[in-house]
Design a protein around this ligand. Sequence first.
Ligand code: PEP
Length: 250
Amino acid sequence: MTVRSKLMVGNWKMHGGLADNASLLSEVLNGLEGVNCRAAVCVPAPYLAQVQTLLAGSAVSLGAQDVSAHEAGAYTGEVSATMLRDFSVRYCIVGHSERRQYHGESNDLVATKAQRALAAGITPIVCVGESLAEREAGHTESVVKRQLAAVIHTIGHCVSEIVVAYEPVWAIGTGWTATPEQAQSVHAVLRAQLKAATAHSDRVSILYGGSMNAANAADLLAQPDVDGGLIGSAALKSFEFLTMLKAASC
Ligand code: PEP
């Protein structure tokens, strides 16, 4: 069995500014002693150049929060995967629930975005997760499997090159976190689905996201199929983010 080092990814969402980014990252980079997990920050597109410079030579990778499903062309406002690659972007979130909810992104569109990222040498972090109503109706498993199945269908054997993030919608930004047992049971479903799709499923990290913070990270990360975290608000505070990076380090 492959042991995947944990991967901790901060999702800054639409937060930040030139001065705030510089001070947050200087505190994070100065606090990395004892951290040996993989780490990344997914920043708003206008700050890619700044953060690329700030992270240069460090152990923290650069990520983006979205990518266009198109290669190039008349798509005003969109950012292509090759443009992200120009800034040494290593990871790109696709299918975050906020994109699905506010921008109507379908499972098929998310799958195409994942394909575009992979084609540019960027690892897509594919978000899946159920709403509260879907959980209460007992549909969690079918929802997340359908979301992941669209990606598997589109990218085929390349699925071993993605990262999956299980983010229950009811836990994102709400302060309600899935219990470690709830997270593990969905991660195990996703792991089995990946195993059926590729012989190299053990390469795929499955992150948990949804109000993960310094107080609950260690218990979530202790679950056998929780390979790291996708962290929103707690990644905007250097001490809290560093505490989680340390919890994910062995
Ligand atoms: C996220 O934005 O992916 C997220 C999990 O946010 P939060 O940690 O704030 O719930």
